[in-house]
Design a binder for this molecule. Structure first.
Ligand SMILES: Cc1ncc(COP(=O)(O)O)c(C=O)c1O
Ligand SMILES: N[C@@H](CCCC[NH3+])C(=O)O
Length: 438
């Protein structure tokens, strides 16, 4: 969305509206902080991805990386859109199953899956396990034997590509904790071990080079490496790569100075490179899978807060405090991430000053926006921090024992509470009274 609010985003009362719902009314009805997702925007991003594959007549899957944002309704929405999901823990599998999401459309990721998690995945016939390392191969072999089951796997490889993004969210460089190292022959070694087990079916290869990437170059380099790999395995092992999964990582625009490339344009570029490589090697084009997270939900979500206290000292940039902060959005503190904010009461109001938009947590670093250009804001006003849909709620914490926010989905003028705000009881319901001491 970013702060280029268009007429469509403003209703007759002059308030911010999200897919036909008044943001100020949502804040009053459901309380703040409140996460609001525009369901039409999520559906539209699925359609854009589908369209680019279909126009190119490519077999594909859109495997939504649910670490970006997951709850029961989100898994159900992805299912309505015909997507697959990428899950990374027993917890994500459990919530997806609870939502009625088909196990066969899940890809199970992780660099340290436990024996128990692998048992859950294999018992429930999860579609594919993205095998990450040699230890995991042993565990998979053990579980399929023990449960008298079979499983599909895709090998995650570390391609040796350094994506242009924040160091904390690069994953494709040689020095990474994820995947089988391509350059040193680990992929061949792992493949031979997997291939030996008739209960394990290798579908192909996966790589994910990082997140919030703004240029297609790294993806094109990845597509070249992956097709080289497919060709090598075809020649040396007579192995047909059925699936190449190129991960996610397509960046979104958080602030107006961020470059913008529509997420489906990254995919178009990947498809073109794979087509060229396939014709060069005279290989059949494998099914192409992608795992977008941020590009599906990032700009579809925003956070509504209510303004509270303000601190003003001559010569110091003012502090404007909202009723949430680092507990619902750790990204500014963790990655120096930037966001834009608008007044939900009057999104057209001209900025009159630069302030620090800060949270209510006991940390000086709890700053949501360092340089927020805002109109005159008063206590009780509702503000919207835009583009918070990815890795906000999913990395939320109960720091200071603050409650995690509620989540509302809106679509065409209708709003639905899809996750309740936590209650104080939720904060102690797992605790036992102390029995030690006097
Ligand atoms: C394996 C894998 N796939 C997909 C994603 C989703 O990335 P993004 O949300 O940047 O699209 C991630 C996260 O970076 C990941 O680790
Ligand atoms: N949590 C990160 C993205 C990590 C992607 C997971 N592999 C972010 O907010 O940008």
């Amino acid at each position: 969305m970013t702060n280029q609010i268009i007429d469509n985003d403003i209703n007759a009362d002059g308030h911010l509206q999200i897919d036909g719902c008044d943001a100020v009314e949502l804040a009053h009805q459901f309380g703040t902080p409140l996460m609001v997702y525009n369901v039409s925007a999520i559906r539209n991003q699925f359609h854009q991805f589908n369209k680019v594959f279909e126009q190119n007549d490519i077999e594909y899957e859109i495997s939504y990386a649910s670490k970006a944002f997951a709850n029961t309704a989100m898994y159900q929405l992805v299912n309505q859109e015909g997507g697959h999901i990428d899950v990374v823990s027993g917890g994500e599998i459990a919530v997806a199953l609870h939502a009625g999401f088909p196990a066969a459309k899940m890809s199970f990721h992780g660099n340290n899956k436990s024996l128990e998690e692998l048992r859950i995945a294999i018992q429930n016939h999860v579609g594919v396990i993205m095998v990450d390392n040699f230890h995991e191969i042993e565990l998979i072999n053990q579980v399929v034997e023990e449960l008298d089951e079979t499983t599909n796997v895709i090998m995650r490889i570390t391609p040796g590509i350094t994506a242009h993004t924040h160091e904390f969210i690069q994953t494709g460089q040689v020095d990474s904790k994820f995947g089988f190292d391509l350059a040193s022959g680990q992929v061949e070694e792992g493949f031979e071990l997997l291939h030996k087990n008739s209960r394990v079916h290798v579908l192909g290869f996966h790589a994910h080079i990082g997140s919030q990437i703004s240029s297609p170059d790294g993806f094109n380099a990845l597509a070249v490496k992956m097709m080289q790999l497919a060709n090598k395995f075809n020649t040396e092992y007579d192995f047909t790569t059925e699936v190449l999964d190129l991960g996610g990582g397509f960046g979104i625009q958080y602030v107006s100075t961020d470059g913008y490339l529509a997420p489906e344009k990254f995919v178009e570029s990947i498809i073109n490179t794979i087509k060229e490589q396939a014709s060069q090697y005279n290989l059949q084009i494998p099914a192409i899978w992608i795992e977008p997270g941020r590009s599906i939900v990032g700009s579809a979500g925003l956070t509504l807060y209510t303004v509270g206290s303000q601190k003003r000292v001559d010569g110091i940039k003012p502090y404007v405090t909202v009723d949430g902060g680092m507990g619902d959005n750790i990204r500014p503190m963790l990655y120096g991430a930037e966001y834009e904010v608008v007044s939900a009461n009057n999104p057209r109001a001209q900025p009159v000053e630069e302030v620090r938009l800060v949270g209510k947590y006991c940390e000086s670093g709890d700053v949501l926006i360092k340089n927020a250009s805002v109109p005159s804001l008063n206590s009780g006003d509702v503000v919207a921090v835009l583009d918070t849909g990815a890795y906000g709620y999913s990395m939320a914490s109960n720091y200071n024992l603050n409650l995690k926010p509620a989540i509302v989905f809106v679509e065409k003028g209708k709003a639905q509470l899809v996750t309740k705000r936590q209650s104080f009881e939720n904060l102690y319901e797992l605790d036992n009274n102390l029995e030690l001491g006097d």
